[in-house]
Design a binder for this molecule. Structure first.
Ligand code: ACO
Length: 151
């Protein structure tokens, strides 16, 4: 039930994924200019240097060696809930040609699993109204409001 098609595998983001089209998958979400490989790898390393905080995942096609889906879990440490942690699901995107094949669901399941085994008391995310049915299918429920202030 939880298996991916045999051509696909899910794994942590690697520093070489810059060359597998990682940014082009993300660019469906928002403005994602290419900072160049050195700056991309520097950001990758900065995330890695914060231990047990950033969990970027990718689904990669073995035959094409391209990234087809992405998503990240960010773990926030808190003082409430007995020094609890909250898992934030961020930047979920599936290649336009691969949508509707449960890849988004698989990414969400994997990130939620990491959140739960890391001891997070909840896993949360922000999304557009359009994506509410998708996240409900993934087992999430609507709660409160998102507020934003852009710089
Ligand atoms: N409306 C209703 N149901 C939906 C929708 C929708 N818009 N999208 C997916 N579903 C349902 C599917 O039909 C499926 O239901 P089923 O199990 O009954 O068949 C279930 O949700 C799982 O769908 P997947 O096939 O896993 O969805 P997909 O792989 O296409 O991924 C995603 C969904 C991530 C929204 C994808 O379409 C995408 O990349 N969209 C563009 C980028 C985007 O909006 N990303 C999310 C931003 S929010 C954030 O990042 C926290």
């Amino acid at each position: 039930k939880n298996q991916l098609p045999s051509d696909l595998h899910i794994r942590p983001l690697a520093s070489t994924d810059y060359h597998r089209g990682y940014l082009s998958i993300l660019s469906v979400l928002t403005t994602t200019p290419d900072p160049g490989e050195a700056a991309w790898v520097a950001q990758f390393n900065a995330m890695k240097q914060a231990p047990r905080t950033y969990y970027p995942l990718v689904i990669v096609s073995k035959s094409s060696d391209r990234v087809v889906a992405v998503g990240t879990l960010f773990i926030e440490r808190k003082f409430v809930h007995n020094n609890g942690s909250v898992g934030h699901i961020e930047d979920i995107a599936v290649d336009a040609n691969q949508q509707g094949k449960k890849l988004g669901l698989r990414v969400i399941q994997a990130l939620t699993y990491i959140s739960e085994i890391s001891g997070c008391y909840k896993t949360i995310l922000n999304c557009s109204d359009k994506n509410v049915p998708f996240y409900e299918k993934c087992g999430f429920q609507k709660k409160e409001n998102e507020m934003a202030k852009y710089a």
